[in-house]
Design a binder for this molecule. Sequence first.
Ligand SMILES: Cc1ncc(COP(=O)(O)O)c(C=O)c1O
Length: 396
Amino acid sequence: MQLAERLDRLGTETAFAVSQAANDWASAGNRVYPFHLGDINLPTPGNIVDAMNAAIADGKTGYCPAAGIPALREALADDIGRGRGMELSGANIVVQPGGKPVITKFIQTLMNPGDGVLYPNPGYPIYESQIDYYGGRALPYRYHETEAGFGIDLEQLRELAPQARLLIYNNLQNPLGCESTPEEMAEIARIAIEHDLTVLSDEAYFEMRYSGTSTSIASLPGMAERTVILYTFSKKFAMTGWRLGCAAAPVPIAEQIAKINTNDESCTTHFVQSAGAEALRDPSGAAVLLAELERRRDAAVAGLAAVPGVSCATPESTFYLFPNVTAAVERMGLSSVSEFSTAALRQTGVSFCTRHHFGSAQPDETEHYIRLAYSGISADDIEAGLRALADWVGSA
Ligand SMILES: Cc1ncc(COP(=O)(O)O)c(C=O)c1O
């Protein structure tokens, strides 16, 4: 049997390998503190579950329109538009089984083989995988550490932009937990307009914030007509396994994405869409989730502050921390951050991803980073796990 050659170019979420190592360690009878996966161990709000059950009882179990049911498209246009100060209608919305499909459909709709695509590194690994798979030219742009967290290397972005046709921008950012300053976002919009780039604005974490308000690059002048927004219910409503999201796009792009829907999955599950409409009608459960995540963020930041050789900003959004562990790695006499993560799992049960799970390090990178997700672990376990990590590093 011969497999398609393009599969050699398809990447994956290498973070799943970290899960495997953590599961193996737990199966051998060891305690594991799971900071590795961006899943949420909190229940979906009850009104959403009830709406889904009612929709099934009501017979919403058949095919439905490829672009989504009108009630949900309208509700999403209203919600996404209101949150961003934009005028959107149902025609701009194409419902998807999750946020992730928007990445591949953006690329399939707008990228020809050989086209350059700018994307964040460190960043969500599916961008690079999909660019490579469809024969694009991957143009990673980097971040630098700042007082408040991380910022985009705008000089590098400006240098690479003439080679690009598309720009992928993830604000609020996984894995860095950072967000653009207004100046940074304005400069990115300037670059996009100057080089006529079409933009994917991955806003999977737009509502996952503990203070302040989020801004979408799509709302800046000249950007709505060149930007596709990735929206998902996964994080905001603890619905990762339900698979519900959408693309909010200029109508000509939305129509093409809907055509891809027809080819790929026909439609997103009808009764799940009905539940999504209820989530937007009464989103009060999202605030409860956010309050719990904020408690966990505070526990995680405080716990990390006690680990010698680790420094970390306090992000106001997402549920990720991306601490600099360079001094801790050196203190332990280890030569790489991968060795640090393997040893940490075995000595303390603390499981986390490293920088390398979010794209290849650029040649001049010298600092070591890890990523902790605090969405799938209780505040008590965060405290216990990070205390064990502090004791281990401290004893070296
Ligand atoms: C930056 C980013 N974009 C998109 C997604 C995909 O979200 P979904 O689970 O809704 O497909 C994720 C999920 O972790 C993410 O972190």
